[in-house]
Design a binder for this molecule. Structure first.
Ligand SMILES: C[S@@+](CC[C@H](N)C(=O)[O-])C[C@H]1O[C@@H](n2cnc3c(N)ncnc32)[C@H](O)[C@@H]1O
Length: 214
């Protein structure tokens, strides 16, 4: 991953505009019904819909993506909703959060088996939640499948297996109208040593926090 990924996603987002309606993913909305706001981290946030939605609920939000173009759209969306998530331009291959810094980590439509399990387990505070949904079993067989690389599709039962340290709260594999997904909610159970704080990264939100991400 790296420069090529960034260029590819910048091109994909070239004509993207902020969503007219703020609509978070339903798995996220359902999973947080009884969870009070705290410190959250979105990985591969794209155009920022979920992060901005979290911020409007009072969550403190750090949102990471490799695409500066995507983050620029996210910044515009945030501005329209009068919230200030911290938008961090970083490659998740190299992004290292401070240990236990987040009460919530979310990931949607992104899969990196090598880096995400360690990164997420490190980032979550004791009792913190991971809400994760991405393409799952059945996706490649769909008539409307657009994924060219089957490596980006979860195997049956894979998400809980990627996070053995977390307690599984919910897991399902299901066919949505536009995609087939695996989706998971897990809770950090271990006591984490270290202290909460701000992770490294280049900010794109006018935040004064220093960056050192990639
Ligand atoms: C399919 S999009 C999903 C975006 C968003 N989570 C959503 O559900 O709409 C995948 C995202 O991953 C980001 N991405 C790809 N490789 C990355 C990397 N190495 N580090 C950080 N972000 C990356 C892309 O820029 C893109 O925004």
């Amino acid at each position: 991953m790296g420069v090529e990924d960034r260029q590819r996603w910048d091109r994909k987002y070239d004509r993207a505009r902020p969503a007219g309606t703020l609509q978070a993913d339903s798995w996220l909305v359902d999973s947080l019904r009884d969870t009070p706001p705290g410190r959250s981290l979105e990985l591969a946030c794209g155009l920022g819909g979920n992060s901005v939605w979290l911020a409007t609920l009072g969550w403190q939000v750090d949102a990471v993506d490799i695409s500066a173009r995507g983050l620029a759209v996210a910044a515009e969306l945030a501005s329209r909703h009068n919230v200030t998530p911290r938008l961090i331009a970083a490659d998740l291959d190299h992004f290292v959060p401070l240990p236990g810094a987040y009460d919530l980590v979310i990931v949607f439509r992104f899969l990196d088996r090598n880096h995400l399990p360690g990164l997420i387990t490190r980032a979550l505070a004791p009792g913190g939640l991971l809400v994760y949904e991405t393409f799952g079993p059945g996706q490649c067989e769909r008539d409307d499948n657009h994924l060219k690389n089957p490596a980006f599709v979860l195997a049956p039962g894979e998400l809980p297996e990627l996070f053995p340290e977390l307690e599984t709260i919910r897991y399902e594999e299901t066919a949505l109208p536009d995609r087939s997904v695996g989706r998971f909610v897990g809770r950090q159970r271990a006591t984490i040593t270290g202290h909460a704080g701000s992770p490294g990264g280049e900010t794109n939100s006018g935040s004064s926090l220093p960056g050192s991400g990639e």
